[in-house]
Design a protein around this ligand. Structure first.
Ligand SMILES: [Zn+2]
Ligand SMILES: [Zn+2]
Ligand SMILES: [Zn+2]
Length: 160
């Protein structure tokens, strides 16, 4: 039986948002980083669902809901901060961002992206990243960062 990831299960998502934000608070306090109101709000928006969100969507919601005309560079800087500190991941193929649910340790993620509902599921398979590093080193390549993006159909969409 395959495991149903949280993103594919009906669940109280406010719980995900709440725990992501409190983890971010704790992490920033511990590292002496400033989680400004805007950075925190951008993180909250990225977490609004388990679907990666583009920078323009974030800008749109900010000006719509908060009535705040956030300048694009400010939002990009906030996203950079969140990326650098492992609080979000960038999904290059979608040009979008998703929240990381275990930002407390550095990791290379693998992402399963549903082409139908756009939910993204993060895997953390050391065997995959180790295999990439090993194969790369066979051709004399040294891996610095790796993001594996896999496109397909999630469990919910497959059974629909
Ligand atoms: Zn959730
Ligand atoms: Zn992650
Ligand atoms: Zn799906």
């Amino acid at each position: 039986m395959p495991i149903t990831p949280l993103a594919n299960r009906p669940h109280d998502h406010s719980h995900c948002v709440h725990s992501a934000l409190s983890e971010a608070d704790a992490l920033c306090a511990q590292k002496g980083l400033r989680l400004t109101a805007l950075r925190r709000r951008v993180l909250e928006l990225v977490w609004q669902s388990h679907k990666p969100l583009g920078a323009y969507d974030i800008l749109g919601v900010l000006s719509e809901q908060d009535g705040r005309r956030a300048a694009p560079p400010t939002v990009y800087r906030a996203l950079d901060f969140l990326l650098e500190n492992g609080l979000v991941h960038r999904i290059a193929s979608l040009n979008a961002f998703m929240g990381c649910s275990h930002p407390e340790h550095a990791h290379q993620g693998q992402f399963l992206i549903c082409r139908n509902c756009h939910v993204a599921i993060e895997l953390e398979q050391l065997s995959i990243s180790d295999a990439i590093v090993a194969s790369a080193s066979e051709v004399g390549f040294s891996v610095e960062t790796q993001t594996v993006e896999v496109v397909g159909l999630c469990g919910t969409c497959r059974s629909a």
